[in-house]
Write a protein that binds this ligand. Structure first.
Ligand SMILES: [Zn+2]
Length: 131
């Protein structure tokens, strides 16, 4: 699948599917930091990424969070667990929004946030997310 389409479909899925769920509630940076460390330790032996409360990067008309090497920058309105997990998947080496990315993202959402994997898979399929 074309990387632009993968990105568009995943963003749309993330924007819609998690509405009303705990993972999109805004959190203090210290809570995000703590959660990031818990998750990172389960997957990686390397140092934690450095978490920044920053303005993000301007992309397609809005300010978005991003990962750059070992830095994770969370933009205003996106300081929540879902965005943290998304950027952590990039920090763990998943550069594109492909199947490997989505597998890791769903794995973390299931293990750390008790989100039903079967429902995630089903809904993601409806949004054309790469599965
Ligand atoms: Zn991304």
């Amino acid at each position: 699948m074309n990387t632009g389409i993968q990105t568009r479909n995943l963003y749309r899925f993330e924007d819609v599917y998690f509405l009303g769920m705990d993972v999109i509630v805004q959190r203090p940076m210290k809570d995000l930091q703590k959660k990031m460390e818990q998750i990172w330790k389960k997957y990686k032996d390397s140092d934690f990424p450095i978490l920044f409360e920053s303005k993000g990067v301007f992309y397609c008309g809005k300010w978005l969070s991003y990962n750059l090497e070992n830095e994770i920058h969370l933009a205003p309105g996106q300081r929540n667990y879902l965005t943290l997990v998304h950027e952590m998947c990039h920090a763990m080496g998943r550069d594109y929004h492909d199947r490997n990315f989505v597998d890791l993202e769903f794995d973390i959402l299931e293990r750390f946030f008790n989100i039903d994997r079967g429902e995630l898979e089903l809904a993601a399929g409806l949004f054309g997310v790469d599965r």
